[in-house]
Design a protein around this ligand. Structure first.
Ligand code: ADP
Length: 454
């Protein structure tokens, strides 16, 4: 069943239910008022009759007092004596009791009686003197008018309910068509996107649309945007990886070929092969790590870690890499204990310092600092390198993201755009944060915050 039909049915049923309840209340109230009026008239009529009745010495209703009663046209009544003998009936042909049960109750009682296709309201009033009961007076009025009024009211209410339900159903059907029309457009465009395999398409959204459908379209467009970015990044990455793989393989093949040609082990060729194999190993390692991390399967062996010792290790290791080319300095180092996976935290440092050295030209400086700030450890890696452009800055922690210059750069030290996303993932999983500020041409500062261990 379509959403449109469901909404229309729901709306119409709800409205119909409310109208039915309302109609039943009106019907009940009107019936009560009408019957109450009849009952009042009957009470007045019996009071009037009783006031005219006299009792004879035998303790019975005096026939002479009965004789002078002037009955009104629309009122029927019977006076029954003590021995259930009918003493007076109006009209005279009314011989059977108006209300056989009311005759026996011994107290005034109203009953609605249907006899011989006539619907009447009957009031039975016991007649009594100080000596005891002497008979029963029964008075009745025809309920024909009340029945007609009730029937008419019921028909009007039912017809009105059906009419209102029909009209509101039609209105709901038309309104929902208008309201849901943009959804049909969304479905159409989404199908076209799938068929054409074209993620660059967007669903047109009118600027005035700020309702739920407008929000849905915007959210859908954002999803498309994100998907497009991801697909582009993956496509670029595949192209890069194939390229990166081809270069070292060509170098290795060339060196092996050279050695075969000259018929001896050549030291330079061996070094070349080793460097390229290292690079390939690094690529495979990074890919494996990212894959495990994304699948949530990367185990972190968390225990107390002296972050200052790790920083010192990385500093020693990286000093060799920096050599004379870059001035790598340790400007500040507090004793800091954090809880975490030592190897992974070291990897964060290696990635950050490695990047700083890589993107800093000869003669530049890279400063490292580790401080305690409140309940957190602050680790800073700042360089005087190329800096990161404002366009690249929001994306550098994304997987496979490398700016144009980095991608053009070749050689055994160039990265794959995975280092920072790995660092980001590791820091995040240590309840920490990683921040970056950068100025193009002046340098970048990466700051890692980690909670101290107690
Ligand atoms: P890569 O392996 O290419 O270095 P990363 O994920 O480590 O990948 O870094 C992503 C991108 O961020 C780099 O390609 C580079 O453009 C930029 N970047 C990272 N660190 C620095 C830095 N210290 N200075 C300038 N650019 C940087």
């Amino acid at each position: 069943m379509s959403l449109r039909l469901r909404l229309t049915l729901l709306y119409t049923t709800l409205l119909g239910g409310v109208l039915l309840i309302f109609g039943a209340l009106v019907y009940g109230l009107v019936s009560l008022i009408l019957l109450d009026q009849i009952d009042n008239s009957l009470s007045q009529a019996t009071d009037h009759l009783i006031a005219q009745l006299r009792v004879n010495i035998a303790g019975q209703v005096d026939p002479r007092s009965i004789a002078i009663i002037q009955p009104t046209d629309n009122l029927l009544f019977q006076i029954w004596g003590k021995d259930d003998a009918l003493q007076l009936a109006h009209p005279p042909g009314l011989q059977t009791p108006l209300d056989p049960i009311g005759q026996l109750t011994g107290q005034p009682v109203f009953h609605s009686i249907l006899s011989q296709n006539t619907h009447r309201r009957v009031l039975s009033v016991p007649l009594r003197t100080e000596k005891g009961p002497i008979g029963v007076l029964q008075a009745a009025m025809d309920l024909k008018m009340v029945d007609i009024t009730q029937r008419t009211l019921a028909s009007v209410l039912i017809l009105l309910t059906i009419l209102v339900m029909g009209l509101s159903g039609l209105a709901a059907w038309l309104i929902t068509r208008q309201a849901l029309a943009p959804l049909a457009t969304v479905t159409q465009v989404a199908t076209q996107i799938t068929k054409a395999d074209d993620l660059s398409r967007r669903i047109p959204v009118t600027s005035t649309r700020s309702d739920e459908v407008g929000q849905l379209i915007q959210a859908f467009n954002q999803t498309l945007e994100r998907l497009e970015q991801l697909f582009n990044a993956q496509r670029r990455f595949l192209a890069d990886v194939s390229h990166e793989l081809r270069t070292p393989l060509t170098v290795i093949k060339g060196n092996v070929g050279l050695m075969r040609k000259i018929g001896e082990m050549d030291e330079e060729s061996m070094n070349g092969i080793e460097a390229e194999v290292d690079r390939l190993t690094r690529l495979v390692g990074d890919l494996l790590l990212i894959n495990q991390a994304e699948a949530g399967k990367l185990p972190l062996d968390k225990r107390p870690v002296e972050l200052d010792t790790v920083l010192l290790e990385v500093f020693q290791q990286m000093r060799m890499l920096a050599g004379e080319r870059i001035n790598l300095r340790l400007v500040d180092i507090d004793q800091v204990l954090v809880t975490g996976d030592r190897d992974r935290l070291k990897q964060v440092l290696v990635n950050l310092v490695g990047n700083a050295l890589q993107y800093t030209p000869a003669g530049g400086t890279v400063n490292l600092a580790l401080r305690k700030v409140g309940e957190r450890a602050q680790l800073i890696v700042s360089d005087t390198g190329t800096g990161i452009s404002p366009q690249d800055l929001p994306h550098i922690f994304e997987r496979f993201y490398r700016n144009e210059k980095s991608r053009k750069r070749q050689g055994s030290t160039s990265g794959f755009g995975l280092g920072l996303s790995i660092a980001y993932w590791i820091v995040n999983n240590h309840d920490g944060t990683i921040e970056v500020t950068s100025q193009e041409g002046k340098g970048s500062t990466f700051c890692v915050w980690l909670p101290l261990s107690h």
